[in-house]
Design a protein around this ligand. Structure first.
Ligand code: PLP
Length: 362
């Protein structure tokens, strides 16, 4: 069986050299005589793996020393609760921008813990844009502003970083992490599930400014208290060892191709090819406002639900998999994360042209 181009939104493609390296080390890692999948997290073989992963991530993202880097379990969705528990005191407030489904879920979760407010939303326009917010939109006494930097389901991305003054900015970057450089210093907290652009499922990255540690409410579950996790080097309990190892291989791969500036260039080229084609024809419609287009998740529809269905099925037969849009929005979505080669995007465009020619609209 030949490998396909997998356009899944997550879990998603991993770079081929990473899979090859993992395969070559699967039975025996270095001189350990065992697989990383079999290793104690407290063993001298594993310690350098997690340490190098953290060091490489810090290098890639230029993470300053006054930020802690955590490799956790629970997925991004667990951080929807961890964020308010760590940052919003009892009786406190937190502000949310709802720009899609995940930010909506994060907001709902925060409502359980206090006075969370949706200060802006693009819901009335089907989330085709990102609302603009700044300091003046924040409520007096708010503990933080939460945003979702790239909206995986709708295919939108922030084209600016909200200026929140002294209020910590918290960003869910699950689907754009490592796709391009970001200025970490503009954020109080960045978190991301690994399975979109970083590693297999099972790990969540949290980057948190150290002065924000130690504020968790007393009722916060120990496993959600960032300070406890930071004080224990992400090893308060067993961390997702194998996924951390795989993430480490991805970081090494990114460094080997020239880091996030180089990755950004490649991603821009791939996205420009696909959006360029979408803009050049009128068979497919790309609903997102141009200035908020995601470089990672490209959404489009034919305008006919039956044709959309046919499209995804026919694409699968050509080795172009998982192009069906999210179950809540329909249409198509091509997730073109770091590991999607340019060749996959070119093949997709070729298929789109052929499908349009062979399936005229009524
Ligand atoms: C996938 C995704 C999530 C959910 O991640 P889990 O790791 O499954 O909890 C949250 N936010 C964004 C932006 C996502 O893309």
């Amino acid at each position: 069986m030949e490998r396909v181009f997998n356009f899944s939104a997550g879990p998603s493609m991993l770079p081929l050299p990473v899979l090859e390296k993992a395969a070559s080390e699967m039975l025996c890692y270095g001189s350990s005589g065992m697989s990383v999948a079999e290793m104690s997290h407290r063993s001298p073989d594993f310690e350098p793996i997690i340490q190098k992963a953290e060091a490489d991530l810090r290098l890639l993202m230029n993470v300053p020393d006054d930020y802690a880097v955590l490799f956790l379990q629970g997925g991004a969705s667990t951080q929807f609760a961890a964020v308010p528990l760590n940052l919003m005191p009892e009786g406190g407030k937190a502000d949310y921008v709802v720009s899609g489904q995940f930010s909506g879920k994060a907001y709902k979760e925060a409502l359980k813990y206090g006075d969370a407010a949706e200060i802006a939303s693009s819901k009335a326009d089907n989330f085709v844009y990102i609302p603009f917010v700044g300091r003046k939109d924040l409520r007096e006494g708010t503990s933080y502003l939460h945003i979702c930097f790239n909206n995986t389901i709708y295919g939108t991305k922030y084209n600016y970083i909200p200026d929140t003054g002294n209020v910590p900015l918290v960003a869910d970057m699950s689907s754009c992490i490592l796709s391009e450089p970001v200025d970490v210093t503009k954020f109080g907290v960045i978190y991301a599930g690994a399975q979109k652009n970083m590693a297999p499922a099972g790990m969540t990255l949290v980057i948190v400014r150290k002065d924000l540690l130690g504020r968790a409410r007393p009722v916060t579950p120990t496993m959600l208290d960032w300070k406890t996790l930071a004080d224990n080097g992400s090893m308060y309990n067993t961390p997702p060892c194998y996924t951390i190892y795989m993430a480490g291989l991805v970081y090494e791969w990114l460094l080997s191709i020239g880091g996030l500036e180089a990755m950004k260039k490649i991603n821009e080229e791939k996205a420009a090819l696909l959006y360029g084609y979408l803009d050049s024809q009128d068979y497919y419609i790309a609903p997102v406002r141009k200035e908020f287009r995601s470089m990672m998740n490209v959404t489009f529809v034919t305008g006919d639900a039956d044709l959309d269905k046919k499209f995804a099925a026919a694409a699968t037969l050509e080795g172009l998999k998982n192009l069906k849009g999210h179950r809540s929005v329909g249409g198509m979505r091509a997730s073109i994360y770091n590991a999607m080669p340019r060749e996959g995007v070119e093949k997709l465009i070729g298929f789109m042209k052929k499908f349009a020619a062979e399936n005229p609209k009524a």
